[in-house]
Ligand binder design. Structure first.
Ligand code: ADP
Length: 256
């Protein structure tokens, strides 16, 4: 519990820092972009100069896009937990997921009939799934299969969870996997192995934050060459100690 608190405090600090820095950077970059556009108007008709200017504009735009993502991360969104049927939620977004990752990787889903519903913010849960799916795709440059699955689980199956019944929502890939050091650091804010401009290192912290705020947990299982499974453990709506709260919450509308 002390570790979880330390992690939460770290996230809070990182969030505040990120928010401040991103905000200032965003303003600076907007000024840079504005000046560059003014410069363009005064520039002689020199193709080389125009190309250099285009490079500068592109760089500043990429920087602005990154600061936008950092701002979105820092803005601690209020979660709106509701009773969610995970198979429905996943079914409703498989097209979107498939489009986001391209055709080289196939998505399969595997949910048992009658899987209990969970208490989670549906929209944030979709974003988390998108993050996990994109990570899975990135780990499979040669293509492969992503399996999104759900199963009933109990806190006894894994340490450091409040006692109770859970649903484990998992995203499994057949990709490169992680070595022990990467696995140990993967959930740290800003930790990325994807290189500048590609990774932000904010995907897994977002998923971890959502799971923790939902009174669940993010668990990663991985080995080099063995692929990766990311598990979001979410408390069952029906069996949680917040049962009465849960009953008064709106049920997520059925995705057609
Ligand atoms: P980002 O995707 O921007 O790098 P994340 O926080 O989502 O940030 O992930 C952090 C790091 O964890 C990744 O850079 C990668 O090294 C590792 N990682 C995450 N998911 C996977 C996966 N499915 N397979 C292999 N490595 C992964």
């Amino acid at each position: 519990a002390r570790e979880a608190l330390a992690q939460a405090q770290k996230m809070e600090t990182v969030g505040q820092l990120t928010g401040g820095v991103a905000h200032d950077f965003n303003n600076l970059l907007m000024a840079v972009l504005g000046s560059l556009e003014l410069l363009r108007k005064r520039l002689p008709d020199d193709p080389k100069a125009t190309r250099l200017l285009d490079n500068a504009v592109q760089g500043a735009q990429r920087g602005a896009a990154l600061t936008q993502r950092m701002l979105a991360f820092a803005r601690r969104q209020e979660l709106k937990p509701e009773v969610v049927d995970l198979p429905d939620l996943v079914r409703g977004m498989t097209d979107l997921l498939q489009r986001s990752i391209g055709p080289s990787v196939r998505i399969e889903t595997c949910f048992p009939l009658g899987l209990p519903r969970v208490l989670v913010d549906a929209h944030q849960c979709e974003l988390a799934l998108l993050n996990l799916t994109v990570n899975a795709r990135d780990a499979m440059p040669e293509g492969g299969t992503i399996t999104i699955a759900g199963r009933e689980a109990s806190s006894e199956d894994v340490g450091s969870l409040p006692e109770g019944r859970y649903v484990c929502l998992s995203v499994t890939d057949t990709g490169t996997g992680m070595d022990a050091e990467t696995l140990a650091r993967a959930q740290e804010p800003f930790f990325t192995t994807k290189g500048v401009g590609k990774g932000t290192g904010l995907g897994l912290p977002m998923v971890q934050g959502l799971a923790a705020q939902s009174r669940g947990r993010l668990l990663l299982r991985s080995g080099l060459g063995e692929g990766t499974t990311a598990e979001m453990w979410l408390p069952m709506a029906e069996a949680s100690s917040h049962c009465e709260e849960a009953l008064s919450l709106p049920v997520q509308p059925q995705a057609s």
